[in-house]
Design a protein around this ligand. Sequence first.
Ligand SMILES: Cc1cc2nc3c(=O)[nH]c(=O)nc-3n(C[C@H](O)[C@H](O)[C@H](O)COP(=O)(O)OP(=O)(O)OC[C@H]3O[C@@H](n4cnc5c(N)ncnc54)[C@H](O)[C@@H]3O)c2cc1C
Length: 394
Amino acid sequence: MVQTTELVKVIVVGGSYAGVATIQALLSSIKSGHKNIQIILIEKRDARHHPIGAFRALVDAEYAKRVWIPYTNLFPKDSHHKIIQDTVTQVHHDHVVLASGQTVYFEYLALCTGSSNPAPAKFTLDSSEESMAITNKAREDLKKSKSAVVVGGGASGVELAGEIKNAFPEKKVTLIHSSQTLVDYPGYSPVLKSGALTHLRDLGIDVVLGFQAEIEGLNFQNSIQVAPRIIVTPSGKTIESDIQFLSVGIRVDTSYISTLKPSTNPSFDSSTLVHSDTRQIKVQKTLQVIGFDNIFAAGDCADYSKVPTAAASGVIAPTIAKNILALEDAKRKKKTAKLSNPGWYPSVMLLATGPETGVTALPLIGNRFSNSLSKALKSKDLMIGMTNASMNWK
Ligand SMILES: Cc1cc2nc3c(=O)[nH]c(=O)nc-3n(C[C@H](O)[C@H](O)[C@H](O)COP(=O)(O)OP(=O)(O)OC[C@H]3O[C@@H](n4cnc5c(N)ncnc54)[C@H](O)[C@@H]3O)c2cc1C
């Protein structure tokens, strides 16, 4: 057993795709040496949410039981790693302060605090039970409804409309999108974008493009509404619905970083650490927060990927572990560390519209593959098996 005083403390904030990928990479290195690393996961929730499965959970009560995964088995039993369930409210150069008032010191820090989307995609609540209750209520409301409107034609909106139509083929489902192109992200093939439109229309979803629908009371915080509505488009088309979902945009909360200053420069302007529009943390190619060798960020809260995805987080975040270990080795050998970059990540996009259907963009191979490929790669279980495995949970 390593003495507590010899431990090198690595705090990971946020136990989702980026945080768990960092932890898994650290754990593998610890197995093959580096026994003195202690990982401390600080996560505000009582369980890990798997947003990739959120819309299947909306329509399938059995599946819903699997999208919240306990942290119980994340670390090997009897290891010196630990999990603190709390919210990081302040980051300083060598410690973090939690909502409870506790201070936790570190040698290295990995910020993996992600993003929020409107429910039922993601939840702002820290309780898995209360978050699940939102999904369960929406499912019951959806079952009683005759017609549903989804506002927002990004990846989430496309998947939400698809899952609803697949589970309830008798319901009228309308997807309303403000621009003329669905899933219009930089770096993705136009074939995927037009393919998504054709795919949804083939499923029987009414897709209305170029219309910015403003529905009273429907907003980021209140993103599911049960009310009889008639929406009239500028061209005079009427869209009736009795349940509406907002599926627009992601938000990043990195306010905790406003306290971060180098120990040698108390007049440092911390607002320069984040982008003023997206609030994402600015990182170097090594994933180090600009100006701080021992503080890293990855996943949706960092500006490394143009389009933040779980897949990108999984590929990129392990570089944090690699670089922490390189810095530790260099310190021991009194040498300069050779740090790595995560390198290039392809713009892969898999859009699931039910367990059997979907649209796929695999840039190195091709786009718009058949439903069977989407099913094999994602649609069938929405990667819940893989996510459970990363948590050592069955
Ligand atoms: C419906 C939906 C479907 C998606 N499908 C796909 C897909 O098929 N493929 C894909 O690649 N991507 C997909 N994505 C995108 C993917 O979910 C995100 O890119 C991913 O969640 C980012 O992971 P992350 O680890 O950066 O952060 P998040 O998953 O957002 O997790 C952040 C974690 O940090 C915790 N946290 C936040 N702030 C604090 C704090 N201050 N203190 C302590 N803990 C904190 C949160 O509780 C949370 O557990 C989908 C997203 C949605 C909404």
